[in-house]
Design a binder for this molecule. Structure first.
Ligand code: F0G
Length: 468
């Protein structure tokens, strides 16, 4: 074990186990009890900053790629690798921007809606925050071949790290017909071997886990605890943008529940280190067509319970789902997931952050996406679940108009242009058909292109009509 990493370890999240392992081991579950693993730190032996603003000094050193990175400039708060081991491609140059119009849509005062735009990452989604950390760990353990299952963004991210770093080859597993073309095109262009499994994400994940175990391939799905370490930095950047003031709410879409889990861990650690004095509340938003968390949390009262979760309840829910042949089904394809692998860590985050869970239907997601777009941010459908969820919570009175609400926009609009074009074009198409099949006849904010003859006078007529 290297000197830089001897204060970091992997630790089982099960309170009755708590086995620890070296960060130089390649594990995706606790070998003792099968539970998820965390990365833990012996903070007393580490040079922790005395205040968060101390980290700003790194801004002046942006020629160092580690300080340029929006993930690694916070490396004192995820210290599992030595500087020489870190794999970075300049991820995390993302922004938090207030939006008057989105605030109004949600029902918040002034510009209290703050949009954290993770679409600005190199591969166009928040996944790069985690993949830089997993790639670093892959390098630490000398992996030559890595794999993941994906609804599209994880595969694009893993593929870009593989092609940029040239340290390992990659195979990605995607469900057939279950991936937006923008994302599939990325994996192909970045040179990843791409397997389309007959089935959905849940099927692809099961296969990739078995394949990785048999062939000793490095698994990059979010059972990989290192990815969540990188994703903590989304919250560090949010705090940084707010001059280290903690907002009232963080609202995030929930799919595999990696982000929500990572955010909870980030705040728990900052609080433990005395770097913040309170944690924000967390809202995790499912699509109604992929609502396992919402069902278990709200209807069956599943809770973290200090790590002693009711596994019978969880297993019974999945067994019933399988018996009924129930599959996830939403136009927000990135979160079309019924077996979220980080379920228990998310329950812990909800416990840490006095959290709530909601589900929103596809039309609410797409309308919110159009409002986000009109407010100057392009995001993919899954991302807009955050704004749709904030609106619902505001209507319920759970969020107050005076609250400062950070909505995480997880992926870029160009990831899924079909969804955007389908929404705005009134003519029947894939999206309109899919909406109709869900009983949604009309969307609220369509902005269809206007057909006009190739004639100056006609064009001028149309343009003048805009001012009428
Ligand atoms: N938003 C986007 C754009 C995503 O791609 C994903 C997950 C999520 C939200 C859900 O995040 O898992 O942290 O709850 N996409 C994964 C993938 C599953 O394979 O790209 P989560």
């Amino acid at each position: 074990m290297s000197a830089a990493t001897d204060s970091a370890f992997q630790i089982c999240i099960n309170p009755d186990c708590r086995s620890t392992f070296s960060v130089d081991d390649t594990l995706v579950a606790c070998p003792e009890c099968g539970s998820l693993l965390d990365i833990g730190y012996d903070w007393d032996r580490l040079p922790v900053p005395s205040s968060l603003s101390e980290l700003e000094a790194r801004w002046s050193n942006r020629r160092n790629p580690l300080d340029f990175s929006g993930v690694w400039r916070f490396r004192q708060l995820l210290p599992f690798a030595s500087d020489e081991q870190i794999v970075t491609i300049g991820e995390g140059q993302t922004i938090l921007r207030a939006s008057d119009s989105v605030s109004k849509y949600i029902g918040l005062n002034g510009a209290n809606a703050l949009l954290q735009y993770e679409g600005l990452n190199p591969s166009g989604s928040f996944k790069d925050n985690g993949m830089t950390a997993a790639s670093t760990h892959a390098r630490m353990v000398g992996a030559k071949f890595a794999a993941c299952a994906s609804t599209g963004n994880t595969s694009a991210s893993l593929a870009i790290y593989s092609s940029a770093a040239q340290l390992f080859r990659v195979v990605v597993f995607v469900g057939s017909g279950k991936i937006a073309f923008g994302k599939l095109s990325q994996a192909l262009d970045y040179g990843a071997h791409t397997l389309q499994i007959q089935g959905d994400f849940d099927d692809a994940l099961k296969q990739v886990r078995d394949v990785c175990q048999r062939e000793k391939i490095y698994l990059c799905n979010r059972v990989n605890p290192f990815r969540l370490e990188g994703q903590k930095t989304i919250m560090f950047r949010v705090l940084e943008a707010l001059a280290w003031e903690v907002p009232d709410w963080i609202v995030v879409p929930g799919g595999n529940l990696g982000n929500s889990s990572a955010f909870g861990k980030a705040f728990a650690e900052l609080k433990q280190l005395g770097l913040i004095d309170r944690v924000p509340r967390l809202a995790v938003i499912n699509a109604a067509g992929a609502n396992t968390l919402s069902q278990l949390y709200n209807n069956q009262s599943l809770r973290w319970n200090e790590g002693r979760t009711d596994d019978e309840l969880i297993n019974g829910y999945f067994a019933e789902m399988d018996a009924a042949g129930h599959r996830a089904n939403t136009l927000a394809s990135a979160i079309e997931i019924n077996r979220p692998v980080n379920l228990k860590k998310c329950l812990r985050a909800l416990d840490t952050c006095d959290g709530v869970v909601r589900e929103v239907p596809d039309d609410a997601i797409l309308d919110a996406k159009a409002q986000i777009g009109a407010g100057g941010f392009g995001c993919e459908p899954a991302s807009a679940a955050s704004v749709a969820g904030a609106k619902l919570l505001r209507e319920e009175g759970v969020i107050a108009p005076s609250d400062r609400v950070v909505c995480i926009l997880t992926g870029h609009q160009l990831k899924d242009p079909d969804a955007t074009v389908g929404y705005h074009q009134s003519s029947p198409g894939q999206i309109a058909d899919k909406l109709a099949s869900r009983g949604i006849q009309a969307v609220q904010f369509p902005n269809a292109p206007q057909a006009v003859e190739n004639d100056l006078d006609r064009i001028l007529d149309v343009i003048r009509s805009f001012n009428a």
